[in-house]
Design a protein around this ligand. Sequence first.
Ligand SMILES: NC(=O)c1ccc[n+]([C@@H]2O[C@H](COP(=O)([O-])OP(=O)(O)OC[C@H]3O[C@@H](n4cnc5c(N)ncnc54)[C@H](O)[C@@H]3O)[C@@H](O)[C@H]2O)c1
Length: 262
Amino acid sequence: MDYDGKTVAITGAASGIGHATAQMAAQTGARIIALDRDAGALETMRADFVARGWAITPVEVDIGSEASVRAAVEQCMAAIGRVDLLVNSAGIVSRGMFETTTGEEWQRVLSINLSGSFFCLQQMVPLLRAGTGRAVVNVASLAAKRVSYTGGVSYTAAKAGMLGLTRHAAFELAHEGIRVNAVCPGPVLTAMTQQAIPEEERRKVVAMVPLGDWLRPQDVAASILFLGSPAARMITGAALDIDGGLSLVTGASFESYRNSRQ
Ligand SMILES: NC(=O)c1ccc[n+]([C@@H]2O[C@H](COP(=O)([O-])OP(=O)(O)OC[C@H]3O[C@@H](n4cnc5c(N)ncnc54)[C@H](O)[C@@H]3O)[C@@H](O)[C@H]2O)c1
């Protein structure tokens, strides 16, 4: 994939899947707009990219706030004026059981993982129109189609909603040549999973994956950049599983799921 001369805006760019996507795109010549709420991690990323000779514009944002997204998009408009590919990767995980999930927890996960991606996509449309790439990739999850092992009900619901957002935006924006797709990763070894799943449980997770390994963030990044590229010019509204075959098997037992929370 060649992103030379392209501008790639990535939410959650300071860590994990977003960061791997930023690095991979920058390696082929992209300018990265790195959107994240973690100012310290953004600064570390900026210094690293500059040292490697890669173009980066860091933008601090809390995607859970519509006003914060608006301010960030205005900053992108003033600094660069266009986006060729938008990647919505920012997200959080919450592990509560269904019956004890609080309203506050439900709202927090939905507001970041679902509403945040909606705000970013909606407000970036003028920048996407100004670009030539005209592509959006939403980082959903295998949980969007099944049940999350890492997260709780709010995570599963938010990720399922992200596929609805993807399909609907794809339909409404297709006449302008803007493609909107999603990726549905299985378990990826990132800060999110390392913090949420104890090491012993992580060994059990990998034992469930037919291809016998955790996904690396780069495995997901490669699919994101494929969907964002002209090679995927007739793909829109799709949800691509990247899961080492996990969706082929029946998955974890309820016992194992419950024990992972004790
Ligand atoms: N790791 C996995 O196993 C896995 C599997 C499927 C899907 N996903 C999804 O992939 C995406 C990236 O996850 P990751 O594993 O790379 O996690 P990560 O924790 O490594 O990175 C998430 C990034 O999002 C940022 N972020 C969080 N809330 C934010 C907010 N309100 N505003 C702006 N930035 C915010 C964080 O600061 C962080 O840099 C998430 O949407 C996650 O749900 C992850």
